[in-house]
Design a protein around this ligand. Structure first.
Ligand SMILES: [Fe+2]
Length: 370
């Protein structure tokens, strides 16, 4: 299967992967044939895109970072904390237990982010916090943090934006540019989150990541204009994960960026916004061209990413589909690690594959939901 962004979905495409909401309900099932109604509904919900299944991508199965049920459990835990009034019975223990489970899952195998998460804007706060946690943990693992630090980092990342529960939702969801006064209010969320987490009984280490996640390496962040290593390690890690996930998400004021553009944006801000050691961890665990991405190559070829290599994030294995606008008869494998004269120029959102529709015709037209 391959990822197609929301603006390039077409009638007749086949859904490759179940689309599930925050409660685990299936909105659109794998195998359903897209029609205009479904596409409109996906657009209304501001999904970033979906995975589709077609001839050229049939052998590609993007691997989930953690089992979907575990992700749902994380969201439930976070909802519990975000929607609760301050009280003593929200337990640090519950959050810690789920984070331990996540860390075990991520350290059991060689985990990396090689998939584009499907998400709608409605669920932004929760899905963003969960993804920020997963990316922060991948970075922490790559940096060699011990389990104790990974648990604290995970809790800190899951709660990094918890202070937003105290900010007016109208400001947070405003489609246009914020006024200076509104922005000043939003900028309070790291401090409010820090205080809230402290009252709930989270350790100062956990709270350090919450208060520091908008600080910048050059001292131009907020709320305390800390710079370099004055910013806690967790704050420096969460800041990279937070910005990356925000960039690849649809927001009220713009659509999602493709992963490789977000990846370049992170790298371009090493030393100004981000710590180089942290970004080094990031680039070894998050792939800019997840499997199933259609890419334009510098020699005029177009292909689909079939495999990634940890040490060479910009040089995946690609199945060649087209050479200078002509479809090849038999797609074949091109290993960019062995063809150093060829580079990826960009990912292609508007790739259309004539073969897709013929499969759609033969598929049973399942009924659906959404
Ligand atoms: Fe934040």
């Amino acid at each position: 299967m391959r990822f197609v962004d929301i603006d390039h979905l077409e009638e007749g495409m086949i859904v490759g992967k179940d689309i599930v909401d925050l409660n685990g309900n299936i909105l659109l099932r794998a195998g359903v044939v897209l029609n205009d109604f479904y596409i409109e509904r996906l657009k209304e919900k501001k999904f970033n895109g979906i995975y589709i299944e077609d001839e050229i991508s049939k052998e590609i199965i993007p691997s989930e970072l953690i089992p979907p049920l575990l992700k749902l459990k994380m969201i439930k835990t976070l909802q519990l904390i975000a929607e609760k009034e301050i009280s003593s019975d929200v337990s640090v223990k519950e959050v810690k237990e789920i984070i331990i489970e996540i860390v075990e899952e991520l350290t059991r195998t060689d985990a990396y982010l090689n998939i584009i998460e499907l998400k709608s804007l409605d669920e932004y706060l929760y899905s963003h916090s969960v993804n920020t946690t997963l990316i922060s943990l991948l970075i922490g693992i790559e940096m060699g943090l011990n389990k104790y630090d990974l648990y604290n980092l995970g809790m800190s990342a899951l709660l990094h934006d918890i202070g937003k529960k105290f900010i007016d939702q109208k400001i947070l969801n405003k489609p246009g540019k914020l006024t200076e006064e509104e922005f000043e209010k939003v900028k309070m969320h790291p401090i409010l989150g820090y205080k809230y987490a402290k009252e709930l009984g989270f350790s100062l280490l956990v709270c350090s990541g919450i208060i520091d996640h908008h600080e910048k390496y050059n001292g131009e962040g907020y709320p305390n204009n800390k710079k370099e290593k004055q910013i806690s390690l967790y704050g420096r890690i969460i800041s990279v994960a937070d910005v990356y996930d925000a960039l690849i998400s649809t927001r009220t004021y713009r659509k999602a960026f493709p992963p490789h553009e977000a990846f370049e944006c992170i790298i371009s801000q090493v030393g100004t916004h981000f710590d180089s050691e942290v970004v080094n961890g990031f680039i070894h665990r998050v792939f800019p061209y997840p499997v199933g991405t259609i890419v334009q190559l510098s020699n005029g070829m177009v292909g689909i990413v079939v495999r990634n290599h940890r040490s060479f994030p910009l040089r995946p294995d690609v199945k060649v589909l087209k050479i200078k606008d002509e479809f090849v008869d038999e797609p074949y494998l091109l290993e960019l690690t062995k063809n150093l004269n060829i580079t990826i120029l960009s990912s292609l959102n508007d790739f259309t594959n004539e073969k897709s529709n013929s499969i759609a015709d033969t598929k049973e037209k399942n009924k659906l939901i959404l």
